[in-house]
Write a protein that binds this ligand. Structure first.
Ligand SMILES: Nc1nc2c(ncn2[C@@H]2O[C@H](COP(=O)(O)OP(=O)(O)OP(=O)(O)O)[C@@H](O)[C@H]2O)c(=O)[nH]1
Ligand SMILES: [Mg+2]
Length: 345
């Protein structure tokens, strides 16, 4: 918190004078200091122009070899109430037991009426002693009215967390667009299904089923219904016309009974190794970078603005040449578009 006049402001509305030194902050994040991660995320959330420049410098200082080849960025999606948060909690316990550090971004579409527009998802990730564990960091994020999609801030925030933790989990409620967005963030996407629910059947019919790499049918303690759902998903997933050699496993798990969690973990690790060995991880992250840059520019300037700097293909080429430093390049593209807009006045 900082004081602005007589009003006390939260960190994300910091005055320019209160902005951190981005290079110093990056060093602390790379040293895995949780307080620095929290400060960095607040900075990325700050919409003031000065903060934007500071964020770009912070993200550039965090970008490097590890950002394209290190860590594991996992997207968890699925219908409301399927048990995503419970499952994330169970997985965190296992990862922490194995000595791996974990950062979680719980993204909540603020349009969900039952939650009154607040960011409450993270509250449901329940871990004993989480506040005292330096190797665990959980941040809740409201989705800021992106029509059911995942807010553009989530990609840079995940990127920042990837510099500080072995595993970064982004949890979102699957409502169509969010699933498509999460596929442009996660190295591995896991769909958590609810046994015997209309949501899962809708999902199987929707074509979105092509997105996840791993399926987890939760609440297997409910018995037959869970087995039936796992069978249905297995049949649909294997029917997809897949271009790669991945086997799209369907895991039966119970977050509350803590069963199937080890197998699910094994599949996450297996998918991470599959991506690395097939030379896909770096390609995937580069593709996700381009998708994010295009989204940011399109949101601010529309398709016309994107065309002013040569369109999607040109953006992709420019980013590839930057080898992982998409944030500075994106800022250069923004400035170019702005100056072309001005010169066409
Ligand atoms: N029987 C059973 N219930 C479970 C299991 N996992 C979660 N639940 C229950 O399902 C409900 C929803 O769990 P959450 O973990 O909040 O589900 P979620 O998918 O994160 O929900 P949203 O974030 O609201 O979309 C809670 O009442 C949990 O106790 C499970 O393995 N078995
Ligand atoms: Mg949840």
């Amino acid at each position: 918190m900082v004081w602005r006049g007589w009003v006390r402001c939260p960190d994300h509305q910091m005055t320019p004078a209160a902005l951190p030194d981005p290079e110093q902050l990056a060093l602390r994040i790379l040293r895995r200091e949780r307080a620095a991660v929290a400060r960095g995320l607040n900075l990325l959330d700050n919409k003031l122009a000065e903060a934007r420049q500071c964020s770009v410098r912070l993200l550039a200082a965090l970008s490097g070899e590890h950002s394209l080849n290190g860590g594991h960025l996992i997207g968890i999606t699925g219908p409301p109430g399927a048990g995503k948060s419970s499952l994330v909690s169970a997985m965190i316990r296992e990862w922490r037991r194995a000595g791996r550090t974990v950062g979680v971004l719980a993204v909540d579409p603020s349009s969900r009426p039952e939650l009154g527009g607040g960011a409450l998802l993270g509250d449901r990730i329940r871990i004993k002693n989480a506040a005292h564990d330096e190797g665990l960091f959980i941040r809740s994020l409201a989705n800021r009215n992106q029509l059911g999609g995942v807010a553009t801030e989530v990609w840079p925030m995940s990127w920042l967390m990837l510099a500080a933790f072995d595993i970064v989990v982004v949890e979102t409620v699957g409502v169509g667009q969010t699933e498509i967005d999460i596929a442009e963030i996660g190295d591995t996407v896991c769909y958590v299904a609810q046994p015997a629910s209309g949501d899962t059947i809708q999902y199987l019919k929707s074509g979105i089923i092509e997105i996840p790499d791993i399926f987890a049918v939760n609440k297997s303690d409910l018995g037959a219904a869970a087995y039936k759902t796992a069978g249905e998903i297995g049949r649909s997933a294997s029917r997809q016309d897949r271009r790669d050699d991945w086997d799209y496993p369907v895991c039966l798990v119970s977050a509350t009974m803590n069963t199937g969690i080890t197998e699910l973990h094994g599949n996450f690790d297996r998918h991470r190794s599959f991506l690395a060995h097939a030379g896909l991880l770096q390609k995937l992250r580069t593709r996700h970078q381009s998708a994010w840059v295009v989204r940011v520019l399109k949101e601010e300037f529309g398709t016309f603005g994107v065309e002013l700097i040569g369109g999607y293909a040109e953006i992709g080429k420019r980013l590839e040449a930057q080898y992982g430093n998409q944030f500075e390049e994106c800022e250069r593209m923004r400035q170019q578009i702005i100056s072309r807009f001005k010169s066409s006045d």
